[in-house]
Each structure stands twice: as C-alpha cells, then as structure tokens.
Design a protein around this ligand. Sequence first.
Ligand code: THU
Length: 148
Amino acid sequence: MKARTPLNDLKIDPALQELICQANQAKERAIAPISGFRVGAALTTPQGRLYSGCNIENISLSLSICAERVAFLKALSEGEREFTSLSLVSDAESMITPCGACRQLIWEFAPELTLIMANCHGEVKYAKIAELLPQAFTLQDLQEKKKA
Ligand code: THU
C-alpha cells in the first residue's frame, strides 16, 4: 500500500489544493451511518463562490443523497446557475467518480464543468461530464417527443 500524502502537502496549484481541501472538510461532515463511506464535494462558480456538500444517508435508504447533489442543490437554491468546477473526495483509496444520478444532474446544470477527483494519496484526475455521461438524455429528446 502506498504511503498517504496529507492533502495539505499536495504539490499542486494552490487554488486547486484549496478546492480539494474544501471537499475534504465537507467529507468530515458526512452523515453515513449505513455505508460508513464518506464523500465530500466542493463546487465553484465563475464569481469565485464555493458551495460544499457531503453525503447524507437516511434510514429510509432511498432518501439518502450524494455529496455532489447536496453541493449543487445548495448552490441552485441560492440562485447560482453557472459553475466552473467540482472537486470530489471520499474515503476510498481510489479516485471516485459521480454516480449516475449525479452525472445526470451535472450534465443538465453544468455541461462544461471540470470535475476534479482526488484521493488520499494526493493523486488528482480531471474529467468533463460529457466523458462520463456519453449519449445523455437531454431536453432535446423531450422536445423531439412533443413534435411527434
Ligand atoms: N456517494 C456520494 O456521495 N457520491 C458519489 O459519487 C458516490 C456515492 C455516497 C452515497 C452513499 O451515501 C455512499 O456514498 C455509499 O454509496
């Protein structure tokens, strides 16, 4: 197993490091009594505002919600409509990617967003949502149906 690099020691751009640290702090606030798997996310806007989120589980399992969607719903409900990046960290050794439901939400509200996935070893991976959700179901599909 690789030695762990504290997130503060990451040799990366300070702004990016800050974003990953914010996601990591959000992860500390996760409510995950069922899975024991904590996730944190930090979402930024072009104006430099930041909205963080953690996963929140509920004993009625389907009510649980992912960190990414918490961050997005906080921001959207505050009137934000433009987003630049979303950092994501978890308790996993690997760099996790958003689940299918979160991918759909990201696709609809932030198609140009840069996803920044980090792990506890200080490794960072980037992705665009179009790479993670090819052939997405879109508003255009709904409009096609109306024409028929
Ligand atoms: N989870 C997230 O918050 N984000 C992801 O991208 C993947 C999964 C949460 C949901 C659940 O609380 C726990 O991780 C285990 O699936």
